[in-house]
Design a binder for this molecule. Structure first.
Ligand code: OOG
Ligand code: MG
Length: 263
């Protein structure tokens, strides 16, 4: 087996997404990929490549693996973050075509829209809430480029935290008077209940997850900017989807968001 350079890892991940094919995890194939700094460097280079290819722009960020359910499912014990590009955003009225994807799964999340710059270190959850313009119900479609969704923490960071598409509900909600930790959520597939959860499943409170990311980004001198959309991480396990599936997440006080999958 020949060993890969960082550039070759970026190439493989880029091609895998473009052509809808899987790759094997890289930690065993790229000796340089042995710490998070390198993993995020690969993610950064991958995003630059994607932007160059499609002219897309960064519209926000995402957290992943923020709930115990997701960490257990994926066999990791730390959250990760990634980038949201404008061409990942799907309108609720559009159908998501499965054939361009590898093995998509979907998960319910709370999306935050930031109103004031947030720059770590030292940012706390209350400061995130203070800087938040509004929140919205969201669904994230993840599509790991790794065979069987099998990866280590470093691999999933490199792969932009499995991000593929996301949908946000069309109702915005000011967070004043809301306790997002206590926000209940129903997750349904084709009208049948799949899971229930609450906001506290995400690191005790979704704003805590965002604070964690802001502080991590701060180490690199990066801020979260006004207008950024942040997906705070799935409230429960992701489920696989097939053509024809209709998925909906409803949140107490936030409304619901739904999406339909086609061939
Ligand atoms: C990694 C991405 C996880 C979330 O919300 O937990 C994620 C994965 O499970 O493939 O987006
Ligand atoms: Mg997610």
């Amino acid at each position: 087996m020949s060993l890969l350079s960082i550039n070759e890892v970026v190439d493989e991940l880029f091609e895998a997404e473009l052509n809808g094919i899987v790759v094997d995890k890289f930690v065993d194939r790229c000796p340089e990929l042995n710490n998070q700094k390198i993993a995020y460097q690969i993610q950064d280079e991958l995003i630059i490549r994607k932007k160059l290819h499609s002219g897309s722009r960064i519209i926000g960020r995402k957290l992943g693996l923020t709930s115990a359910a997701k960490q257990q499912m994926m066999g990791v014990h730390e959250p990760v973050y990634g980038v949201l590009l404008d061409d990942m955003l799907v309108d609720e009225q559009e159908e998501v075509s499965i054939s361009s994807l590898i093995h998509p799964k979907i998960e319910p999340e709370i999306a935050f829209v930031i109103g004031e710059e947030l720059k770590g270190p030292g940012i706390s959850a209350p400061e995130v809430l203070k800087a938040t313009s509004y929140v919205m119900p969201a669904l994230e479609v993840i599509d790991s480029r790794y065979r069987n969704f099998s990866f280590t923490l470093l691999d999933v960071i490199a792969d932009n935290a499995s991000s593929s598409k996301f949908v946000i509900g069309n109702r915005t909600r000011n967070i004043k008077g809301l306790d997002l930790g206590l926000t209940g959520m129903l997750f349904e597939k084709n009208g049948s209940l799949v899971s229930t959860s609450t906001g506290a499943a995400v690191m005790g409170h979704p704003a805590r997850a965002i604070a964690w990311m802001v502080n991590k980004l701060g180490e690199k001198g990066i801020s979260v900017m006004p207008g950024d959309v942040i997906l705070s991480g799935a409230l429960c396990e992701a489920i696989a989807v097939e053509p024809g599936d209709y998925i909906r997440a409803s949140f107490d006080g936030l409304g619901s968001v739904a999406v339909k999958f086609s061939v």
